[in-house]
Design a protein around this ligand. Structure first.
Ligand code: MEV
Length: 311
């Protein structure tokens, strides 16, 4: 490339996710099992004199360097997140634009998919790696969520079916039977930050009760790993149901989530639960080739938007 030629644009993508088991407890160090979605986020980036991010029809321009400093607190969250991402990559100014193909704020890992796609595109365009894609996407994610476990960014980065534990890492999981999922968006989700803080509030009020539930979730996740490896879908479905009950006891379900879950179970799903932070958002059901169309038809009759996992 000559100094005059326009800088080449780099393209990257990353997928969304559904948490099969373990959300919320994963924030406290328990493991989680997560599955990648086919769709997620796409990003383009090229070096530029001023760092900027185009997203959702708005341009966010950064002035004065990439560092996330206290005096940037007045910036919109998206600008601060982009600044944190560039800072972690140690990237020079870049112009990025990104698009989402999944609903935001529905527990499907949209912000993590954006973070990974943008980090990949910027790293490719500027040839900067800094602390790496994982750290850059987590820096982005933490501006929105404050205390992200990293499960969403791990799923966006690696895809497939994964075992994730905060501070330990990510292991690909293989299932002995096809892992067929049905996913419906039931209602708009609540902010992950708000839901994680709500659980933290319950923990402060009743540490023993919440820790008991967190330990029970961790045990379910461990057993689910065995059920997956053996292809025991009935057992896996039961474990998802038990996980849902524990999440409900933590106060993160809603009447609409309960209703959509009951519909999936009545239509023959092995198990069904809310997925992600809750307070609204999505339900995931474990199905097979026979029950998937039945569950999907029941949800379609309610007008619910449905999404595809990688299977
Ligand atoms: C959000 O997809 C999952 C939560 O456990 C938050 C996190 O792990 O960062 C609720």
């Amino acid at each position: 490339m000559t100094p005059e030629s326009p800088a080449a644009e780099t393209y990257a993508r990353a997928g969304g996710k559904v948490i099969l088991l373990g959300e919320h407890a994963v924030v406290y160090g328990s493991p989680a099992i997560v599955v990648g979605l086919k769709l997620g986020a796409e990003a383009h980036a090229r070096p530029d004199a001023v760092a900027s991010l185009d997203l959702g029809g708005q341009r966010h321009e950064l002035r004065g360097g990439n560092e996330l400093r206290a005096d940037n607190a007045a910036e919109p969250e998206l600008s601060r997140a982009f600044r944190a991402l560039l800072g972690a990559l140690e990237a020079p100014p870049a112009r990025a634009r990104a698009e989402l193909a999944i609903p935001a704020g529905a527990g499907l890992g949209a912000s993590a998919a954006l973070g990974v796609a943008i980090a990949r595109a910027v790293a490719g365009a500027t040839r900067s790696t800094g602390a790496g894609i994982t750290a850059a996407a987590l820096a982005w994610e933490n501006v929105f969520h404050g205390n992200a476990s990293g499960v969403d960014t791990a799923a966006a980065e690696h895809g497939g079916c994964l075992w994730f534990q905060r501070g330990v890492g990510t292991t690909p999981l293989s299932a002995a039977a096809p892992l067929r999922l049905a996913i419906a968006q039931v209602e708009p989700g609540a902010s992950t930050r708000v839901m994680v803080e709500a659980v933290a509030g319950r923990h402060r009020a009743d540490p023993q009760g919440v820790e008991l539930r967190m330990r029970a979730i961790a045990q379910l996740v461990e057993r689910a790993r065995g059920a997956l490896a053996k292809g025991h879908l009935g057992e896996l479905g039961e474990l998802m149901n038990d996980n849902h009950e524990l999440l409900r006891a933590l106060g993160v379900s809603t009447p609409r989530l309960e209703q959509a879950r009951t519909m999936a179970l009545r239509a023959g799903a092995f198990g069904a639960k809310l997925t992600g932070a809750g307070g609204g958002g999505c339900v995931v059901a474990l199905v097979d080739d026979v029950t998937r169309p039945r569950v999907q038809a029941a949800w379609a009759a309610e007008g619910l938007r449905q999404l595809e996992a990688i299977d």
